[in-house]
Ligand binder design. Structure first.
Ligand code: UDX
Length: 453
């Protein structure tokens, strides 16, 4: 099939590349000429394992092209995917200006029937707005051309995007049109061979499904973080509790890892947007508000633990920081807990020596050169002259540590672990003070013991 993808960001690039990889002819269009030029030179603007090789292969085979020529792109595809950004407005609701601009562009240039597909995460009711925009623009042109608008939300995770696209649990399509059903069946047939993954539903249900999925996952995390904070104060270990509850198949082991709060481009934005949607229609969505506020508080926990460990005096201290990205296998630092921590440390006069396998460049882009931030190329270089170590991201390379060496290198034996990577007994046996999330000996008890000693 001939497919056009508007927006060469995360979702657009992965969607376009994966669809080309199964044999479709794909044109990706973006208004950012620099990005398109770089893509045409083979430079990939995002870090996603496996994506660069896949883009190169499909580009060389002529099935995947990148352009800024919207007119040519609109004429090319029968399917027109809208995968542009939906940033948060001041009130947290999704800003649709880019989505509606694309709808206008499609209507401006289309010469025959098109299926317009909302791929970006957009609030319930957006397909209606896209349809209105198309209709108005066509009318202004005096053109009488048929089209359909459908919703086809994306569920891919950064770092596992290709796998998620190709082997996702479901393919949701919201439509009331038989023509769309047929076209989408054809588009996704290569991914729908072993069992039926396509789920057709009305447009609004499809739009809400995406938000509900992300809000549910965010809720699981905030719930676990809440219980972790309780466990800490009660002298329980959240890791035992996690095993204990995960064994119930109604709860399950997935996505119940406590930590220093969820980040990324989806959960924070989508939970806020859904809450705002509720507010807009006069419904008080109490749980959604709580999920967000628990998460905001959780992101301050690492700083609180450090601050307590140093009795509120972090001025002049050097903190080694492992992990800047909001999760492993990405260079994305959007809403990352590391940012909250670094900014709080700087405010209190501390310096940060950080290492991340992929996100150093992104960190430089966000914060620029500053005296209180040193980015190093190797994990253990962060420890030189450091007073304490904090772990924000559970990259694989942080899992096996020589704790005796760590004890000897750090000026004070303080390890704050935002991802519960280690066995507290082993860390403590090496003579380190170990502050994790909701585990073992709580901070209060450690302090009480120190005071008693
Ligand atoms: C998420 C959804 O998983 C995906 O389906 C959707 O399309 C986009 O949003 P992503 O943001 O890439 O994907 O990351 P994900 O792996 O889901 O992690 C999100 C955040 O939750 C990370 O900050 C992660 O550290 C945190 N997390 C996840 C936890 O704190 N505990 C967990 O148990 C799982």
């Amino acid at each position: 099939m001939r497919i056009t993808i508007f927006g060469s960001g995360y979702v657009g690039l992965v969607t376009g590349t994966c669809l080309a990889d199964v044999g479709h002819d794909v044109v990706c269009v973006d208004v950012d000429a620099d990005k398109i030029a770089r893509l045409n030179r083979g430079e990939i603007p995002i870090y996603e394992p496996g994506l660069d090789a896949m883009i190169a292969e499909n580009r060389d085979a002529g099935r995947l092209r990148f352009t800024t020529d919207a007119e040519e792109a609109v004429r090319f595809g029968k399917l027109q995917f809208i995968a542009v950004g939906t940033p948060s407005d001041e009130d947290g609701s999704a800003d649709l200006k880019y989505v509606l601009k694309v709808a206008e562009t499609i209507a401006q240039y289309m010469g025959e029937y098109k299926v317009v597909i909302d791929k970006s995460t957009v609030p319930v009711g957006t397909a209606d707005k896209v349809r209105d925009t198309l209709r108005r623009t066509l009318e202004a042109r005096g053109a009488d051309i048929d089209f359909d608008v459908c919703s086809n939300p994306e569920f891919l995770k950064e770092g596992a995007a290709i796998e998620d696209f190709s082997k996702g649990a479901r393919i949701i399509v919201g439509t009331d049109s038989e023509a769309v059903r047929k076209a989408m069946r054809e588009c996704y047939a290569p991914y729908n061979r072993n069992h039926e993954k396509l789920m057709f539903m009305d447009v609004r249900s499809a739009e809400l499904t995406k938000y509900a999925a992300n809000a549910m996952l965010a809720t699981k995390i905030s719930f676990m973080n809440e219980i972790a904070n309780l466990a800490e104060r009660l002298g329980a270990d959240i890791e035992h509790v996690r095993h204990g509850i995960g064994s119930d198949p109604r709860i399950g082991y997935h996505f119940i890892y406590p930590g220093c709060g969820y980040g990324g481009s989806c959960f924070p934005k989508d939970v806020k947007a859904l809450a705002q949607t509720a507010t807009n229609i006069g419904y008080d969505a109490q749980l959604l508000g709580a999920v967000e506020s628990v998460n905001l508080r959780q992101k301050t926990r690492l700083f609180e633990k450090l601050n307590q460990a140093f009795d509120g005096d972090l001025k002049g201290k050097t903190i080694a920081l492992w992990g800047l990205a909001f999760k492993p296998n990405t260079d994305d630092m959007r809403e990352a807990p590391s940012r909250e921590l670094m900014e709080a440390l700087w405010d209190s006069g501390a310096r940060v020596q950080a290492f991340d396998p992929e996100a150093a460049g992104e960190c430089r882009r966000i914060y620029g050169e500053r005296d209180d931030l040193v980015l190093v190329d190797r994990r253990d270089d962060t420890l030189e002259g450091a007073d304490a170590l904090v772990i924000c991201t559970e990259w694989k390379i942080f899992r096996a540590i020589d704790f005796d060496n760590l004890r000897q290198t750090l000026r004070t034996p303080v390890v704050v672990d935002g991802r519960n990577l280690f066995d507290p007994e082993i860390v403590k046996d090496a003579g380190l003070l170990y502050y994790a999330i909701g585990r073992g000996e709580s901070l209060n008890r450690q302090q009480a013991r120190r005071a008693a000693a």
